[in-house]
Design a protein around this ligand. Structure first.
Ligand code: C2O
Length: 568
């Protein structure tokens, strides 16, 4: 699986450790050798659904290479851009302690890597183990530029669940027959949502329910009686997905690289950006079974029923044996949003002695952000208006230079730190749809957070134009999901129902349609950290902001930028 992976010779490693020790103690690897990768961003002709197009890839692979690292390791990835697009890569879920320079979101923590240039992402994987992923973090290029990150536990530390016989990455994605940048531009021009994708995919392949599937079906061979660890990743641009394996139950053991209390289910729900690791025992009659993913769509006017399938195939049964027609797993229907509430309630941190849930019980800073849509004037749009999205009525405007750089070098005029802690006006957030002249303020406003303070953020969906689910992702941190519900958040009643013992800890959480979600985290990682809806469509509409977490003492401040940090 892993190409272009080079292990440093031991002697060089010693030098690296020594040099790192002299300068930046916290960058020295804690365990094992350094893992080094070369990522070449290059175009590649790929065909799916009987269409061939040129896509942006890493090393010509789609999906891209899997990083297989161990907790405590230092990882160095040299990214060289041979494509005609500016590029940046985000290591989704890696905390990047003091080291936002390696985080990757374009214009937030770095300027993009221009064609012909390289940038080295150099980071430690500390205090995390499980499944994460990486993806392009500029324009819509993550549609094809993504791959898995597998973090094995430290040597000698077993999994807190039965040891699987084998593990398998299962990446769920989305495929457009047209060039994704054309699709993105089409949307920008009309000021509305562009065409939805033509298929969903499993490991880049749509599977037998789509035309020209023969070469484009992912199959996984299993042996009767063995147990498999499926590392499921939702890399889709714009969908929340149900996933299941026909005839087989799954035991959820980890989400977003945090162990969970195991529970068994026939279906998982996974939002864009999230990962879910499950154990599956091959305990059925030998045969072929479909793995399938289908979208959860809870808004009335979007039609997207593009179930992707792959084959879970017992050894000895041929993949294309047409006499054996696999059955589909029973996935919830397209608009079954009640499944989401029931399912998410089952997710709990393992909270064991070795893997405690350090839930902040005292809150220093309370934030309340409303999620809304609006209609703003647009000179370049066909209709003269464009649909925008907002947090507390602010549509985030992308800066021209990296925010982290502007912060580190005290460059003024790039952003302000007056993002409001609450919405400009309280209203019945989830009452009758508001559709009047709903303009938003377009600005690059951040929230400044005191180092090491504890933050509680209520994300409240609203019925401005339309209510929708939103998977919110915070860079640089994991947070605890204290609770969620439908309707308006009630600050008197709802906190009584928070899970303060073993809430799920993750980096991406769904805010339910017409409801709210409350998260908490301790701001112990200084830097500028992006927070956004992980549906690319909504991010593009401005559903994003960033936290500026101030420096702590000398060992708790943002590290100096690397020499090769790209300039804008
Ligand atoms: Cu996976 Cu800012 O994204």
């Amino acid at each position: 699986m892993i190409n272009h992976e080079v292990s440093f010779p031991a002697r060089f490693f010693v030098v690296v450790v020594f040099v790192a020790f002299l300068g930046l103690v916290s960058v020295a690897p804690i365990e094992g050798r350094v893992k080094k990768y070369q990522f070449n961003i290059q175009m590649k002709n790929v065909s799916r659904l009987c269409h061939t197009k040129s896509i942006v890839t890493v090393n010509g692979k789609f999906p891209g290479p899997t990083l297989r690292v161990r907790e405590g390791q230092r990882v160095i990835i040299n990214v060289t851009n041979y494509a005609n697009y500016n590029m940046s890569i985000h290591w989704h879920g890696i905390k990047q302690f003091r080291n936002g320079w390696a985080d990757g979101p374009a214009y937030i923590t770095q300027c993009p890597i221009q064609t012909g240039n390289s940038y080295v992402y150099d980071f430690n994987v500390t205090g995390q183990r499980g499944t994460l992923w990486w993806h392009a973090h500029i324009l819509w290029l993550r549609a094809t530029v993504y791959g898995a990150i597998v973090i094995l536990p430290k040597k000698g530390t077993p999994f807190p669940f039965p040891r699987p016989d084998k593990d398998q990455v299962v990446m769920l994605g989305e495929w457009w027959n047209k060039d994704v940048e054309e699709i993105e531009n089409q949307g920008n021009k009309i000021g509305l949502a562009p065409n939805t994708s033509d298929a969903h995919t499993i490991n880049g392949k749509p599977g037998p329910l789509f035309p020209c599937f023969h070469k484009h079906t992912f199959a996984m061979e299993v042996e009767q009686g063995k147990t498999y660890l499926l590392r499921i990743i939702n890399a889709a641009l714009n969908s929340e997905l149900f996933f299941g394996v026909a005839g087989h139950n799954m035991t959820v053991v980890e989400i977003d690289a945090v162990y969970t209390k195991p529970f068994t289910t026939s279906t998982i729900l996974i939002s864009s950006g999230q990962t879910t690791t499950v154990l599956v025992k091959a305990n059925q009659a030998p045969g072929k079974y479909f793995m399938a993913a289908s979208p959860l769509i809870d808004i009335p006017f979007v039609i997207d029923n593009k179930t992707t399938t792959a084959i879970f195939q017992y050894k000895g049964v041929s993949v294309y044996d047409n006499n054996v027609i696999p059955s589909l797993p029973n996935l919830p229907s397209l608009n079954d949003s009640s499944f989401s509430l029931t399912y998410n309630r089952k997710l709990k941190s393992l909270n064991s002695k070795h893997f405690p849930a350090n839930v902040p019980l005292k809150v220093d800073r309370r934030l309340f952000y409303t999620i809304g849509f609006g209609l703003n004037p647009c000179r370049t749009c066909t209709n003269g208006t464009r649909l925008v999205a907002s947090l507390n009525n602010i549509t985030f405007e992308m800066p021209q230079v990296g925010l982290l750089q502007a912060h580190y070098f005290n460059q003024t005029g790039v952003f302000t730190t007056d993002f409001p802690d609450r919405p400009p006006q309280a209203f019945n957030y989830t009452g009758v749809p508001l559709t009047g002249n709903l303009r938003t303020v377009e600005a690059t406003r951040l929230t400044k957070i005191r180092f090491n303070s504890t933050v509680e953020l209520v994300l409240q969906d609203t019925n401005m134009i339309i209510a929708e689910t939103h998977p919110f992702h915070l860079h640089g941190y994991n947070f605890f999901v204290m609770g969620s519900g439908i309707g308006n958040f009630d600050p008197r009643k709802d906190p009584r129902r928070y899970n303060v013992v073993d809430p799920p800890e993750r980096n991406t959480v769904g805010v339910p349609n017409g409801g709210w979600t409350v998260i908490r985290f301790r701001a112990d990682n200084p830097g500028v950290w992006f927070m956004h809806c992980h549906l690319e469509l909504h991010t593009g509409w401005g559903l994003k902001t960033a936290f500026l977490v101030e420096d702590g003492g000398p060992n708790w401040s943002v590290l100096p930028p690397p020499k090769d940090l790209p300039s804008c």
